[in-house]
Design a protein around this ligand. Structure first.
Ligand SMILES: Cc1cc2nc3c(=O)[nH]c(=O)nc-3n(C[C@H](O)[C@H](O)[C@H](O)COP(=O)(O)OP(=O)(O)OC[C@H]3O[C@@H](n4cnc5c(N)ncnc54)[C@H](O)[C@@H]3O)c2cc1C
Length: 328
């Protein structure tokens, strides 16, 4: 591991200042992935800025129109917090992370900014995984790569497990920096980027910026669920997932939002599938039609055709699970 300076700010403003002082920095939250990235020298910052001592980033608070969650809230705290008990799709994600150590130290911000698990990226070929002008995922083993949004050079899948559920809830993120006092709220859906170059990164974050909070609208009478298709019972990454948020009135869908995970370089919003559910009852048949629609435009690679069926199953099961949890 290359040596680096270590900074431990106590306020959000101090964190932004520490990030702005040197050119290459890395943000440390729970550290469950960053420590591996540092050890493998996949990131080689001059300074690591540890956010753990900033109290405002650990808070979950009720605000006028919803709930504000600090980016350092751990998976475990998220699942236990009484203000979040009606957001079942988030609880489903925590439940799916089968390691109490990760639940206790992994954070919401760390999950949202988790770099791709693509094995070419993790073997130092960059986000686009190119060698001598050739796409390694296209030429080689692509069994865990994208089946949607993969027509450009990016073939990895977004690693975040919470992003599909949060986007389906209409979450916004607060990005602070790089200038002191600079803060902007934006829909989480627009936070992710499908890069066309390695330098572009996979989020809109620029050097000196970080996520401070996530905002969720009031749960009201909405129901939600996440369904992740896992290969192993233990700690693993989903091969495909889907989150659904629904409003049902007298058994008829009035509002629907479906977002898929681990199928594209960004969380994949299944707009058409969501739209066609409006005005329908939710049952096996309508859930199947929505699931088929969600994957209609899939363009699997040479070894990952199987993921199309997994994604379809995830959408159908997330919808049926959400409907089961709908308030009567
Ligand atoms: C051995 C091991 C295996 C694991 N395997 C799995 C697995 O199979 N499945 C699974 O779901 N999880 C797994 N995890 C956990 C995984 O790392 C989590 O997704 C966790 O939520 C990351 O959170 P963190 O706070 O530890 O992130 P960190 O490691 O601290 O950060 C992750 C990334 O996000 C950036 N970052 C963090 N916070 C912010 C912020 N607020 N703003 C901007 N950037 C930020 C960091 O710079 C870094 O690039 C594993 C962890 C370990 C240690």
């Amino acid at each position: 591991m290359k040596s680096f300076e270590y900074a431990r700010p106590e306020t959000e403003a101090e964190a932004v200042a520490f990030l702005g002082e040197v050119e290459s920095t890395a943000i440390l939250a729970g550290g469950t992935d960053l420590t591996s990235l540092l050890r493998a020298e996949l990131v080689t910052p001059a300074r690591v800025v540890d956010l753990k001592r900033i109290p405002s980033l650990h808070e979950v608070t009720k605000v006028d129109d919803g709930i504000q969650i600090g980016s350092l809230v751990t998976l475990e705290d998220l699942a236990k917090h009484s203000l979040l008990s009606n957001y079942r799709s988030l609880f489903d994600v925590v439940d799916g992370v089968r390691a109490i150590q990760v639940q206790g130290s992994g954070t919401l911000g760390g999950d949202l900014c988790h770099l791709p698990n693509c094995w070419y990226f993790r073997s130092r070929y960059g986000l686009l995984a190119m060698e001598n002008g050739e796409s390694l995922p296209e030429a080689g083993d692509n069994r865990y790569h994208a089946i949607l949004g993969n027509s450009g050079p990016a073939k990895f899948v977004n690693a975040s497990r919470f992003a599909p559920a949060l986007i389906a809830w209409g979450a916004h993120v607060r990005v602070i920096g790089p200038a002191p006092e600079q803060a902007e709220w934006l829909p989480l859906e627009y936070f992710y980027v499908t890069p066309r170059s390695n330098a572009q990164g996979n989020t809109i974050l620029k050097p000196g910026q970080l996520i401070s909070h996530v905002w969720l609208p009031d749960a009201g009478r909405l129901a939600s669920a996440t369904y992740e298709v896992m290969q192993m019972e233990g700690l693993d990454w989903p091969m495909a997932s889907a989150a659904a948020t629904l409003k049902l009135e007298s058994g008829i869908i009035r509002q629907a939002s479906i977002v898929m995970g681990h199928v594209a370089p960004v969380p994949w919003v299944a707009q058409e599938a969501s739209r066609l559910l409006i005005g329908q009852p939710l049952n096996e048949e309508t859930a199947s039609v929505a699931a088929d629609t969600a994957v209609t435009r899939a363009t699997p690679m040479s070894m990952n055709e199987y993921k199309v069926q997994l994604a379809r199953t995830a959408v159908k099961r997330a919808l049926l699970k959400a409907a089961d949890q709908s308030p009567v």
